[in-house]
Write a protein that binds this ligand. Sequence first.
Ligand SMILES: Cc1cc2nc3c(=O)[nH]c(=O)nc-3n(C[C@H](O)[C@H](O)[C@H](O)COP(=O)(O)OP(=O)(O)OC[C@H]3O[C@@H](n4cnc5c(N)ncnc54)[C@H](O)[C@@H]3O)c2cc1C
Length: 355
Amino acid sequence: MKPKEIFDVSIIGGGPAGLFSTFYSGCREMKVKLIEYHSVLGGKLNVYPEKMVWDVGGMDPAPAHQLVDRLVRQANIFQPKIVLNTKVTSISKDEEGIFTVNTQTGEEHYSKAIILAVGGGILEPTRLEIDGAERFEVTNLHYTVKSLAQFKGKRILISGGGNSAIDWANELESIADKVYLTYRKDLLKGHEAEISKLQKSSVECLLNTKIERLVAAPDHETIQQVILSDQNQDEFIRIDVDEVIINHGFERERELVENSPIPIEMASPRTVAGNSKGETSVAGLFAAGDILEHDGKLRLIAGAFTDGATAVNQAKLFIEPGASNRGIVSTHNDRFKEKNKEIFKTAKLDKLIVK
Ligand SMILES: Cc1cc2nc3c(=O)[nH]c(=O)nc-3n(C[C@H](O)[C@H](O)[C@H](O)COP(=O)(O)OP(=O)(O)OC[C@H]3O[C@@H](n4cnc5c(N)ncnc54)[C@H](O)[C@@H]3O)c2cc1C
């Protein structure tokens, strides 16, 4: 049997907290593995890829997908092991203090410490409950807006009555040919200012309606018409469309903590109880980002970065008690010496660091 490969730290979750923790573990010369459920990294930023993020220190406003690219490049600097498409189902710890990360595929991962960076758990958009709808997901049925350009000059139907649906209706109205909003209730649920903006716009709000059928184009690949039922009038409305966006919220899956035999104390159904050092009720298991709760918690991307570096420093101390409790600043960290030389030599800054 192959001997177990034991990493210093396993980081679970590839959102901002997990990605920055991965980079920072490299700065602290730890052997690190990052495990992510989805096929792509970035966490919740993938929910709003085209939205502009303004509140990350020192960074020009940028769409979230750009921030993901930068975080992924940074996380890869010290060549960590990255495992995608892998759902972590539970974490256990043996008598020698080695953690086992159990996954849905049956594969196990071993490490001396863990950083739990799972955000609010696994997020999946609530899908349209219409038989066969999934086949249009590769063409014109969307659950997130990945590229604004794709919607330019189009007839768009958005389904939903919360902040995301209203927000996208307002944003797409200026570039689309026509935007329709269908919502099954008679009152929208978003922010007041956004609702009044919507009401003053050219968006056609079809309240008390819901999607009944998607009519395929002759090629069978795209939706060409959506049939809505009008709940008040007992009749159907037909809308010709180019694109359909569904904003019916998200389903969250958080079985990981519940399934784990180690006693991970929760602060709330959504968050793990911890402290400002990222420590949890289990020695050697640290938390970072949205999953962590403590006094003074900053629930922002910037907060996830701070949590990540703090958790890494504590994990380092846990596995190597003689180590410093903090890393050397990057300007003086030998790990960057060779990389700096390369930067100065080639003057190609963007090769290694993000401008
Ligand atoms: C619409 C919206 C807009 C926002 N705008 C801003 C903003 O402008 N500025 C700002 O600072 N913050 C913003 N935020 C908040 C910010 O996105 C979060 O604070 C941040 O993403 C938290 O990062 P995280 O790494 O802790 O968690 P997440 O980003 O949620 O990442 C967690 C990752 O863990 C993975 N995961 C979960 N469970 C498992 C499992 N069992 N196995 C394997 N992988 C798992 C998930 O798939 C996910 O990739 C916004 C949030 C939303 C929803």
